[in-house]
Design a protein around this ligand. Structure first.
Ligand SMILES: Cc1ncc(COP(=O)(O)O)c(C=O)c1O
Length: 451
């Protein structure tokens, strides 16, 4: 009965929201103060959720601590920027020493050398790299590089791909569809094709080859739902671009952490240009773009009287370079294997929980990145992700906070090396409890999600 449906949804929603309000009263007080100075009380759109966002005091290892004194298992890990857990001693030491030494000097430095060398040694697509301060800047410059190098303007991106917030890529994912403020001209040279659609990609590349500078794509849709490439899709993109004199850009800002050499090493497909960020900065703001020597030489002051201009007050910030090197040098094969095994343990636990609760819902996993979807078919496209039941994601997120787990609202879980196998068990247990809590609602209103 429709009346019953509304009741049960409202009842469960109220119960979860009341428990949240009761558990996090200081976050509410802080939110009410902050909205006087920051619109909506959150300076990242994604940090806001109803009834009000949680305010974190500090983090240590696998946990964050709220002002109320609650300890929450952190499976957001700064949306992927943190991989060693909070307060890692080696990163902290590098930062303290860096600041004590004068923080930055706007010259080439030892830290730039060490981090650039390590990246070029590890990532197949990197012969040469340049540093900047965010992922957004990296994709902006990778695209500019492709356009400058090829002398062509058009770029293809994938529906559901996320490449940051600069004008020409801003509108792509579910959470980022608002395009107000972006002049039409900024996107008129952007083409979009559905991820994992072999034919659409082939048509878009061959139809536009003479004007097409590049394809920019994540090897898998990250923020767009951890949607993995179909077998042969990355190879298809590689071949099409090579055959048509078009560059291939892999945006590995999110995906880099799945392997020491990024997803390109895992899938053995080497792009012409690559962007990385997040974990590469050890939790500090970073962006890197780079690629084949011949292409990156476009910036080389030694070879050209008119190199492409790329500057920035904080580019190659020495303290950050040292922190990034401290983080990345110990994110070695053993560390990657360890964190990926945690991801697999989590995935196994989730699938068992779905089954035992009689649910036909999905979890997409690669390495330490996992995205649950309240959807009843295997997810291979961005369109399917959009159909995942948003309401259930919101309820699960809030309910998990009540149970001591700090997650990303849309069902995305990002692990850190500070998490133990016992904590993965705890995480699965809490998700299982949450699914049981939501089950009456799913049976009533979302019964397409039942086995
Ligand atoms: C694949 C990808 N590209 C670009 C970005 C933008 O990076 P930033 O938030 O550092 O600007 C992100 C951030 O989530 C990302 O996941």
């Amino acid at each position: 009965m429709p009346g019953t449906q509304i009741d049960i949804e409202a009842q469960i929603e109220k119960k979860i929201a009341d428990a949240y309000r009761e558990k996090f009263p200081i976050s509410k007080e802080r939110h009410e103060k902050l909205i006087n100075y920051i619109p909506g009380g959150a300076t990242r759109s994604l940090s806001y959720f109803k009834p009000y966002p949680i305010h974190i005091d500090y983090g240590q290892g696998a946990y964050v601590y709220t002002h109320e004194g609650h300890k929450l298992l952190d499976v957001t890990n700064a949306y992927g920027a943190i991989v060693h857990g909070h307060g890692d001693p080696d990163i902290a030491k590098a930062v303290q020493e860096g600041i004590a030494k004068g923080s930055q000097y706007s010259t080439p430095t030892d830290g730039q050398y060490k981090l650039a060398k390590l990246l070029c040694e590890r990532v197949p697509g990197f012969d040469r790299v340049r540093f900047l301060n965010s992922g957004t800047e990296s994709t902006m410059f990778a695209m500019r590089t492709a356009r400058a190098y090829t002398g062509k303007d058009k770029i293809i991106k994938m529906t559901g791909g996320f490449h940051g917030t600069h004008d020409s890529v801003a509108a792509s994912t579910k959470k980022n569809v608002i395009t107000a403020g972006i002049p039409k001209g900024m996107t008129e040279d952007m083409l979009e094709v559905p991820f994992n659609d072999f034919e659409a990609l082939e048509k878009a590349v061959t139809d536009n080859a003479s004007e097409l500078a590049a394809i920019i794509m994540e090897p898998f849709l990250g923020a767009g739902g951890v949607v993995l490439p179909k077998e042969g899709y990355l190879e298809h993109a590689r071949k099409l671009t090579s055959d048509n004199n078009v560059l291939l850009i892999f945006d590995e800002i999110f995906s880099f952490r799945v392997n020491t050499g990024g997803c390109q090493k895992l899938y053995n497909v080497t792009p012409d240009l690559t962007t990385v960020g997040k974990v590469v900065g050890g939790g500090l703001p970073i962006g890197v773009f780079g690629g084949k020597e011949e292409i990156m030489n476009i910036f080389c002051h030694e070879n050209s009287a008119t190199p492409l201009y790329h500057s920035g007050t904080f580019n190659g910030y020495e303290t950050l370079m040292q922190a990034g090197y401290a983080a990345l040098s110990k994110y070695d094969e053993a560390a990657v294997a360890k964190i990926n095994a945690l991801g697999e343990q989590f995935q196994k636990g989730l699938l068992a929980s779905f089954k035992s609760n009689g649910l036909n819902i999905q979890s997409n996993q690669i390495g330490s990145l996992i995205n649950m979807h309240f959807y009843n078919e295997p997810i291979t496209t961005a369109e399917q992700v959009l159909k995942s039941e948003e309401k259930l994601h919101g309820l699960m997120h809030l309910s998990l906070l009540n149970k001591g787990v700090f997650t990303i609202p849309r069902g995305l879980f990002i692990l850190s090396l500070a998490i133990t196998t016992q904590e993965i068990d705890f995480l699965v247990e809490k998700i299982d409890e949450t699914l049981k809590e939501l089950l009456p609602l799913i049976e009533e209103k979302y019964n397409h999600l039942l086995l």
